[in-house]
Design a protein around this ligand. Structure first.
Ligand SMILES: C[S@@+](CC[C@H](N)C(=O)[O-])C[C@H]1O[C@@H](n2cnc3c(N)ncnc32)[C@H](O)[C@@H]1O
Length: 371
């Protein structure tokens, strides 16, 4: 029995009650592998390791059922758990640090006799934090169910899914065990309460063991990565299946077909200089590319989404949620928007794009890469 610890000793060391350990045993979350001669629970080193994982996930706010799924996952060993926990804890630390700063600021203001506004008081909490930085992204970027269906279908029977460049988690499948990766603190802060746990990391260096997920997905993000091919190879390394929603930059046909880039924003072509070809991207994961037609009423406001609703591009909110507009610079943006506004009111846009009104979906170079 010497390599085993009694239930009382484990409770004492872990700072939990014996009752908690009994409960974990009853629900099958942590069943000690042995009993003392007197019939008391006895915990082995492996049991203690599992308890440590359970308690750490618990402290991060996970529910017991979710924790059971996490610790029972045969694909995640102790090191992978430690890495995941480390990322989640660092993120919590960043969040706490941001809250401390906000509280300090308010204390300072109060000491000077300044009352903060209700809006300012709420800024320290995630959802409102974004208001301070610009409500651009969640205002128009959300799940488009028809694209989500394609992505989730491509994930097959994957149970554990890594979502790389996850943003606010628009396309995270609700019925699988998702871990998100997102390097931007601003984006992480905007993830809704109850969203999958999110690790602060970049695609090019994923803090996970080889093949530790059933699948890895990346949606509307690869074009933001400094090294897309390296990021895709990383996805392939950590997951058995890879699903990527991106666009075909080397086929100029669709750029000519899309009136926005053809007639108003030719500068878009400049953003694609040096971008790897679709063949390079597909090769990095060893997969195939399937076209994804964009429905005319696409719910996710990405760059191409409003191809049949041109007035939308006149809306500042729509443009601010799409990085293309910021990347081409204010001059090009203002010129494009001014010209479009003119053409919409003169009827010139409608005349030139008469054929679009009858289309329900358009092929605009969006692709699903599957490996
Ligand atoms: C347009 S958003 C897409 C977010 C989300 N996938 C969605 O579909 O709503 C692009 C995201 O990629 C993230 N990103 C930028 N560079 C990255 C990198 N090197 N690795 C992983 N994600 C990155 C950004 O922070 C941003 O959240």
């Amino acid at each position: 029995m010497e390599e085993h610890l009694t239930v009382g000793r484990v409770a004492e060391l872990a700072g939990v009650t014996v009752r908690t350990l009994h409960h974990y045993d009853d629900i099958g979350l942590l069943q000690p592998s042995a009993r003392t001669v007197a019939g008391y629970r006895a915990y082995s080193a492996d049991d203690v390791e599992r308890l440590r994982e359970v308690l750490a996930y618990r402290r991060l706010g996970f529910g017991l059922r979710e924790i059971a799924d996490l610790v029972d996952d045969p694909a995640t060993d102790a090191v992978a758990h430690l890495r995941r926990l480390r990322g989640l804890l660092l993120e919590q630390r960043d969040h706490a640090a941001a809250m401390v700063t906000a509280i300090d600021r308010e204390l300072q203001a109060r000491a000077m006799g300044i009352r903060t506004t209700p809006e300012e008081q709420l800024k320290m909490f995630g959802a409102q934090l974004y208001d301070a930085i610009g409500s651009a992204y969640p205002a128009t970027r959300r799940t488009e169910p028809r694209i989500a269906a394609r992505i989730w279908d491509a994930l097959g029977d994957a149970r554990t899914v890594l979502n790389v460049g996850a943003g606010t988690g628009s396309y995270e499948p609700p019925d699988r065990d998702v871990t998100a990766v997102e390097p931007s603190a601003v984006m992480r802060a905007q993830r809704p309460a109850g969203a999958a746990p999110c690790v602060a990391a970049a695609a090019e260096s994923l803090p996970f063991e080889d093949q530790s997920f059933d699948a890895a997905m990346a949606v509307s993000t690869v074009h933001h990565w400094p090294d897309p091919v390296a990021g895709l190879r990383e996805m392939k390394r950590v997951a058995r299946r890879v699903v990527v929603f991106t666009y075909d930059a080397d086929n100029t046909g669709w750029r000519e077909r899309f009136w926005l880039t053809r007639d108003y924003l030719p500068e878009f072509a400049g953003l694609l200089v040096g971008w790897p070809s679709l063949a390079d991207l597909t090769r990095a994961i060893g997969g195939r590319a399937e076209p994804v037609p964009i429905p005319w009423d696409c719910a996710d406001g990405f760059f191409e989404a409003h191809w049949r609703r041109p007035e939308a591009y006149l809306d500042e909110h729509v443009r601010r949620a799409v990085s293309v507009w910021t990347r081409v610079g204010p001059q090009a943006e203002q010129r494009a928007v001014g010209k479009l506004r003119g053409d919409l009111s003169s009827g010139r846009w409608a005349e030139r794009n008469r054929d679009l009104t009858g289309l329900d979906a358009a092929e605009l170079g969006l692709r699903l890469l599957i490996a």
